[in-house]
Design a binder for this molecule. Structure first.
Ligand SMILES: [Fe+2]
Length: 207
């Protein structure tokens, strides 16, 4: 690492940007844990597991670069981008006990159905990968400008893995949708039948 001819202030700024990325990767490992747990499709689970292993590699590369520059790698965890739906829109993703029972999702509460959450979290996965791609691209440009040449191949490798993950999500979203949507549709159809039940004593009202 050839950081000897940059000023301490500039080096501190570089370390700040590197630790910002590490903070995002630290949060990404945790998020991937919960995504692996909740993911409804085996193909998705496998890919998320692969990417979690890659993400641990990203953490290691960043820690190495930061340490080589004389900095301290952070343990902090950034807030990752999410689709923060307004309460009313989130409520619309909630189905009734009966509808949930069709999908095996349990019942008796007002949580959104797992299939809806899977689609929403897949969109978030895609957004997060793209934020990571841009963040690595910026770090590479910064290291090029400052002549920190040894860091560049490490950052490029991580960026390429982020690009591969984003590509996987983009390629596989039609498959995910094809498998998930019929379950949502079945639950909605079931609910609709319940609402129009001719005996009509216990119409379902949750929307
Ligand atoms: Fe990633």
């Amino acid at each position: 690492m050839s950081a000897s001819n940059i000023s301490p202030e500039i080096k501190d700024k570089l370390l700040e940007h590197l630790n910002e990325m590490l903070s995002a990767e630290n949060a990404a490992v945790d998020r991937l844990d919960s995504r692996i747990q909740e993911c409804l499709l085996p193909e998705g689970k496998e890919q998320l597991q692969r990417h979690q292993n890659e993400t641990r590699g990203h953490q290691e590369r960043l820690r190495q670069i930061i340490t080589d520059l004389g900095g301290s790698p952070t343990d902090s965890k950034a807030d990752l981008p999410t689709l923060r739906l307004p309460t009313g829109m989130l409520a619309k993703k909630t189905l009734t006990d009966m509808a949930k029972s069709i999908t095996g999702g349990g019942g008796g509460d007002t949580n959104p159905m797992p299939e809806e959450l899977e689609l929403m979290h897949t969109k978030e996965d895609y957004g997060i990968e793209h934020v990571e791609i841009i963040a690595y691209r910026t770090l590479i440009q910064l290291c090029e400008r400052l002549g920190i040449s040894n860091a560049i191949p490490l950052l490029q490798q991580s960026m390429q893995e982020e690009q591969s993950m984003a590509k996987w999500i983009e390629t596989n979203i039609p498959m995910t949708f094809d498998k998930i949507w019929p379950r949502i549709e079945a639950a909605l159809t079931g609910r609709s039948k319940e609402q129009t039940n001719p005996t009509g004593e216990k119409a379902t009202t949750t929307v």
